[in-house]
Design a protein around this ligand. Sequence first.
Ligand SMILES: [Zn+2]
Length: 339
Amino acid sequence: MADNAKYFAGLDIGGTTVKTVLVDEMGDVAGEMVEVRSHVKDGYEATFGQLESALDQLTGNIGLTRDAVKGIGMDVPAPSCDGVIWGRANLAENWVGTNVRDLLSERLGGVPVYMTNDGNAAALGEYAVRKKHHGGLLLVAPGTGLGGGLVLPGGRAYEGTNGLALEVGHISVPHREEDGELPECSCGLKGCLEAWVSLVALRRRVGIELAKPENASHPLNDGSPIEEKAFRLRDFAEQGDDLAVKIFRQQGQILGYGIADLVRVFDPGLVVIGGGLAETDFRDQYLDWVMEGFKERAWPMYLSSPINPDRATTRFEWARGGDWPAALGVAYSAREMFR
Ligand SMILES: [Zn+2]
């Protein structure tokens, strides 16, 4: 690291690619963003080689060398604490139990590295792209599962003592199936939020609804695989199909129940909803359904100020998303920590 090092790199390590970005001391993006293959299944050394190559390209783009990097933020697709990965996910076995944060720092000549998980990085990214926002930020992102992250006012992610906080998909929600049962979650528990609000949950719900006699003639009952039916359900919802609307409305309301509990605990001020629904044509309607559920469970003071009804105490926004916020989020965190 040279004395004139004044840039901060963000490295968003995914299962397939690493997205990387460089920011300067002001937090502005410097040069072009760079994407390289992650090679995470070949062990962390292979990925480190890719990270070095990305750092060379990032700094080379602005006529500098890797020495210009003063600090690094990195996120990994697995639970981790103090630089050590705890769970394997898509990674090769040698990532687990290794302090990859310190090893990377050593390999790069002592450049400090901040490491977090991908949910926190996504929340940090949504914070970073809202330059004028200075409160907290809670991200909930329905995808295959239901991910989340919390940024505290000031811009640091809340990770808990062991890096295990914000497993928002596995809080329980006060809702039951029509037969009184609680749905099983991928984690082994019953009644988790993720068992209602995720792609996996959507497939289950579509299967249950299409099996009902009153839906026998629904166009989705065409023998196609359930994955495809769940995917096509969005198009049906966009066209106002009753069944699709019913399913997404229930999902949105239950997400609202979960958010109400999270807001009661964290009072983030801003709730950002991520995941693929942000790109649908019915997202405004979906947000209304989330608000229906939220209002059912949250006290009025979590909606607007008790002394100034015009001031919202909890605002809802869609994720600005795109491919790069996580890389930007960890770059910003590195800048906060190491400048
Ligand atoms: Zn669960």
